[in-house]
Design a protein around this ligand. Sequence first.
Ligand SMILES: Cc1cc2nc3c(=O)[nH]c(=O)nc-3n(C[C@H](O)[C@H](O)[C@H](O)COP(=O)(O)OP(=O)(O)OC[C@H]3O[C@@H](n4cnc5c(N)ncnc54)[C@H](O)[C@@H]3O)c2cc1C
Length: 445
Amino acid sequence: MNRPDNVRINNEIDIKKHKILMNKKIVIIGGGFAGLNFIKNSKSKDYHITLVDRNNYTFFPPLLYQVATSFLEPSSISYPFRKMLRKKNNVNFKLGEIVRIIPERKQIILTTGELDYDYLILATGTETNYFGIENVRKKAIPMKTVNDSLEMRNHLLKQLEHATMFVDNHEILRKKLNIVVAGGGPTGVEISGMLAEMQTIFRKDYPEFNAVKLQSSIYLVDGAAQLLSPMSKKSQENTFKALEKMGVKIILNAQVLNYENDKVVLSNGEVIETENLIWAAGITSQIFVGLPENCYGKGKRLLVDTYNKIEVLADIYAIGDTCIQMADSNFPLGHPQVAQVALQQGKTLARNLDNLLEKKPLSPFIYKDKGSMAIISHNKAVVDLPGGVHFKGTIAWLIWLFIHLMSLVHYRNRITTLYNWVVAYFTKDQALRMIIRPKNLNFKS
Ligand SMILES: Cc1cc2nc3c(=O)[nH]c(=O)nc-3n(C[C@H](O)[C@H](O)[C@H](O)COP(=O)(O)OP(=O)(O)OC[C@H]3O[C@@H](n4cnc5c(N)ncnc54)[C@H](O)[C@@H]3O)c2cc1C
């Protein structure tokens, strides 16, 4: 998006329109878990809040892989900001991306215009980290946005269509059907499990492959010695066994070094031939032009104090994945970059900014760990709850389904998702396997 010159977005217009006495302007960049939970919990009407996002919708990252594997439509896991904010008179939305922050003038420049702020909140999450491997950045399919998930869906479906033309050539067929998933965290595990489960569906849709002995191989590669590193040992072992039983080839203690000429080169010397590398191996935060270098900590995360204020700057806060707080003795390396931290930080900051206005004392952020979970496939999941409680199998799967369903942002999303899941459960199939692409979308070949 190119920024039109000298376009000034005037929040005053909205202020007058709603006839509210607005003393302070809050600008939030990013309407993910952290940004939206800030808005939800901000009670004071003496603030005028402008939400800025590069998309005009919010989405639910934990279910992106279900869009990528044709189980859900993008609209089931996303919702437009303007519709969501209709009833919030002191909140408005602007589409745009940050170009520069000018802290000394309390101003931000967006791709779409300029905004003044009294308090700026950065809630921009993270981006895919390719660890500087240029070939991977160019050719792998990331799994971070709705666009990525559609790209993956289209790419894999197109590969299957192409593969039907090469049933007699096993060398080409293998490259078209092999899939390498890099990253053995929840996203990599969930994608691998789902793809393994879909093999039977593909067999039904593509009778051309029935006479061919060759099976598509799904490789899951991780640099650590186990899958699901932050989860319990039981979860790691159960996941490993379940995926292996489903035919996923798990390669641990190995990193992807390069991806060239349809070959994924691993640090253990192995080379896997494939045209399909899915990248779920790393995340990084963004660098914001205008902020000094000493704002950033590990993984480019913005260093914040216990109130989520950027330590070295006045009136600029950061919440969610994009920030790191080093003061919590339970998390000396910073909090994990997960939804619960983002949600809880959004809520604490909203209350603190309300308290600031009323000159009440502020509360430091204290993270309450509610546990973690990952789904493996039909009836298989792992759940770790605080206190060492562990579930696996159908119970864990039901817990996972319930929590993810209830976390979706709108009842409409919940209904369509539930419908799709019920149909997929009973038919062991889904019907969203269409290759739909904008005219100018460049396909990876
Ligand atoms: C595939 C996947 C699966 C996941 N699964 C789980 C899970 O099962 N459980 C769990 O707890 N966590 C999971 N996570 C992590 C979880 O999604 C994040 O911890 C959480 O989304 C962080 O919330 P956030 O508000 O900080 O950032 P986000 O939710 O990422 O929101 C950031 C927002 O900022 C916007 N934005 C970014 N940069 C700019 C910019 N420069 N200008 C304007 N707007 C911008 C984005 O469009 C987005 O709307 C998963 C993440 C991914 C990618």
